[in-house]
Design a protein around this ligand. Structure first.
Ligand SMILES: Nc1ncnc2c1ncn2[C@@H]1O[C@H](COP(=O)(O)OP(=O)(O)OP(=O)(O)O)[C@@H](O)[C@H]1O
Ligand SMILES: [Mg+2]
Length: 408
C-alpha cells in the first residue's frame, strides 16, 4: 500500500515537475525570443524603416514626378490658355474693328437701297392695307376724292383735261387707258360717255341718225358734246380714217355737224381717246392699226400710259385676297414672260389684264398652272413657247417664288 502511494506520489511529482518544466521552458523560450527580438529590434526597425522608407521615397518621388508633370501640364495649359486668350483678344479686337468698318461701309453703300426697300415695303403694306383714295386738286375747283386705285398718269390726264385739251392716251394693251378715262370723269364730276372705234364703225355711231319714222337717234358723243361730259373714244388708231376726218372739225372748232344740225360744244365737253400706237401705223405687235392723219393727231395732247407696276401689283393682289402667295407667283411669271417677249420682240402680249383676270380665277379655285395655261400661255405656238423658255427641261410648271420682283 505504502509502495502504491509512493509510486502515485512519484507519478504526481513527476507530472508536477513536468508541468513546472514546461512552464519554465515556455518562459525561457519566450524570454529567449524576447531577448532575441530585443537584440534584433534595431536591425528589424532599420530594415523595416529602410524598406518602408524606400517605398515611401519611391512613392514620394513618383508623386513628386506626377505632381511635377501635372503641374507642368497645368502650367503649360495655363500658358497656352493665356497665349490663346491674348491672341483671341487681339484678334477679336481686330475682327471687331474690321467688322465695324465693313458694316459702316456696307451700311453707307446700302443706305439708298435700304431706304428704297423700306419705302417700297411700307408703300406696299400701305397700299395693301388701305382703301385707295386719291384727292385731286385743280386750280379753281374744289378738291375731288376718287375712291379707286388709279394709274399714276391720272394727274397728267387731269391737268390736260382741266386745260380743256383733247387727250390721246397711248400705251400697250391693258395698261388701264380706258379705266383712266373713267377715273378722270369721276374726278372732274363729268358723266362718262364711251364708244369703241373699229375699221367699220359707221358715222351714225358718232353723229346719230334719223330712223324711217323721222326720229333722230343721238349717240354718246352727241350727249357729251351737247350737254357736257367726258367722251371716251376707245381705240382711236383702229378707227376709220374717214370718220376721224369728220371728227377733226368738231375737235378744232368745238362745233359739229350732227345728223340733225350744227351743235356747239358744251363748255364741259372733254374728249379722251386711247390707242396702242402713236398714230403712225401698225408695228410688230399692233399690226392692223391705222396711221392717223396729221391733222387729227395735231388736235391731241398725247400722254404715255405704260404699265403702272404698282397698280398692277395692287389689282392682282386685290383680285385674290385668299390666295395672295399664288397671286404673287402668277404675277411674277406674267412679268417674266412680258420681259422675254419684249427682249426678243415677239408679237405677244402679256398685259396686266392677264394677271388681273388670273387672280380672279385663282380666287375662284383654279391653280396657278391652270391660270397660266388658260389665261396667259394659251394658244402659243411651239416656237413661241420655246422662245419664252416654257416647257424647257427641268422648268417647273408652277412657279415657286411668290415675291414680285418689282413693285414700283
Ligand atoms: N385703276 C384701275 N382699277 C381697277 N381696275 C383697273 C384699273 N386700271 C385697269 N384696270 C383693269 O385692268 C384691265 C385693263 O384696263 P383697261 O381696259 O383700262 O386697259 P386699256 O389700256 O384700255 O387696254 P386696251 O389697250 O386693251 O384697250 C381691265 O380689266 C380693267 O378693269
Ligand atoms: Mg381700252
Amino acid at each position: 500500500m505504502r509502495a502504491k502511494v509512493r509510486s502515485e506520489v512519484e507519478r504526481l511529482a513527476g507530472r508536477v515537475a513536468q508541468d513546472v518544466f514546461a512552464g519554465w521552458e515556455r518562459a525561457t523560450l519566450s524570454r529567449a525570443v524576447a531577448a532575441a527580438l530585443d537584440a534584433e529590434r534595431p536591425r528589424l526597425v532599420r530594415e523595416v524603416a529602410e524598406h518602408t522608407g524606400g517605398q515611401a521615397a519611391r512613392a514620394a518621388r513618383a508623386a513628386v514626378e506626377e505632381a511635377r508633370e501635372r503641374g507642368l501640364e497645368r502650367a503649360a495649359a495655363e500658358a497656352v490658355g493665356a497665349e490663346l486668350a491674348a491672341r483671341l483678344a487681339e484678334h477679336e479686337g481686330l475682327v471687331h474693328a474690321l467688322a465695324s468698318d465693313a458694316t459702316e461701309e456696307a451700311l453707307l453703300a446700302a443706305r439708298p437701297e435700304l431706304l428704297r426697300t423700306v419705302r417700297e415695303e411700307v408703300a406696299k403694306a400701305y397700299a395693301e392695307a388701305t382703301p385707295a383714295v386719291i384727292e385731286v386738286s385743280l386750280p379753281g375747283r374744289r378738291p375731288v376724292r376718287v375712291r379707286a386705285a388709279t394709274h399714276r398718269a391720272l394727274p397728267e390726264l387731269l391737268t390736260a383735261l382741266h386745260a380743256r385739251c383733247h387727250v390721246l392716251l397711248v400705251g400697250p394693251a391693258g395698261t388701264g387707258k380706258s379705266m383712266l378715262a373713267k377715273h378722270a370723269a369721276e374726278a372732274l364730276g363729268l358723266e362718262l360717255q364711251a364708244l369703241s372705234l373699229g375699221p367699220t364703225t359707221p358715222m351714225s355711231k358718232v353723229f346719230g341718225y334719223f330712223d324711217a319714222h323721222g326720229h333722230y337717234h343721238d349717240t354718246p358723243f352727241r350727249r357729251a358734246f351737247e350737254h357736257g361730259g367726258l367722251m371716251l373714244l376707245d381705240e382711236l388708231d383702229n378707227g376709220h380714217p374717214g370718220l376721224l376726218g369728220e371728227l377733226n372739225q368738231a375737235l378744232a372748232l368745238r362745233t359739229c355737224a350732227f345728223a340733225d344740225g350744227m351743235v356747239t360744244a358744251h363748255q364741259d365737253f372733254r374728249l379722251v381717246a386711247t390707242g396702242n400706237t402713236y398714230g403712225h401705223g401698225g408695228d410688230h405687235q399692233y399690226v392692223g392699226r391705222q396711221a392717223l392723219d396729221a391733222a387729227t393727231l395735231d388736235r391731241f395732247v398725247v400722254i404715255d400710259v405704260p404699265i403702272d407696276q404698282r397698280l398692277e401689283y395692287r389689282l392682282v393682289l386685290a383680285g385674290a385676297p385668299s390666295r395672295r402667295e399664288e397671286a404673287r407667283a402668277l404675277l411674277k411669271e406674267v412679268r417674266r414672260l412680258r420681259a422675254v417677249a419684249a427682249e426678243k420682240r415677239l408679237p405677244l402680249t402679256f398685259s396686266p389684264r392677264a394677271g388681273i383676270d388670273g387672280a380672279r380665277l385663282l380666287e375662284a379655285g383654279a391653280t396657278v398652272a391652270q391660270v397660266l395655261a388658260w389665261r396667259v400661255t394659251r394658244g402659243l405656238s411651239a416656237a413661241h413657247r420655246s422662245a419664252l423658255g416654257l416647257d424647257a427641261p427641268g422648268r417647273e410648271r408652277e412657279p415657286q417664288d411668290a415675291r414680285p420682283e418689282s413693285f414700283g
